[in-house]
Design a protein around this ligand. Sequence first.
Ligand SMILES: [Zn+2]
Length: 106
Amino acid sequence: MKVFVDGEETGEKKSGCALCRATWGGYYEKIEDREFFFCCDICAAEFRNMVNEVKKREGWSKIDELRIAGDYYSGRNCVAINNTEHVKFFVKFGDEGKIERFEITG
Ligand SMILES: [Zn+2]
């Protein structure tokens, strides 16, 4: 799975946290087919919950590409791609990486 945040590919130590692009910290977690770099365990939990929610709602077994824009405070507008299908959604996280709002937007 490739991940882009505000148009830049992320998920490695040098490119930044897969969710927020921060380059500090050092928390690694394997999600789907690869190990992602996160700044902290909260970002990893948010990311994991978001991936699982998209797969559950769409009935997908995987996500090939995830494009994320926004931040914790305003929420994030995202696009997930699986083969030739794609879904747009809005997600906002609450405490401890839990999903507070999730809406399919297109
Ligand atoms: Zn982060």
